[in-house]
Design a protein around this ligand. Sequence first.
Ligand code: SF4
Length: 98
Amino acid sequence: MDKVQLEIERRKWCDRIPELYRNVFRRAMKGNSLRAAINAKCQDCCTWQRAEIKDCLVPCCPLYPYRPYQPKKDKTPHGLAEKAPNPLSVGTLENERP
Ligand code: SF4
């Protein structure tokens, strides 16, 4: 695909994106903002639904720890702190009582 055709395809794609998110896509496609690229990919993946990105159910996705709209305190590696059970609050077989 030559450069002109690539630009035509990008513009066509951009026209399908809700207007609110087009600038992020354009910034991403300029190629000098990884943040914009991650945000644009997550927005596309979740059909531009912020809540879906925030509550993403794919923790094995390489973008998961970097996705936008995460709760502020979810800063642990891989963003798994809120999803993993707290070992202090969950009984184990040894310490569970009937
Ligand atoms: S982190 Fe979640 S929302 Fe973002 S691209 Fe991966 S699966 Fe999609």
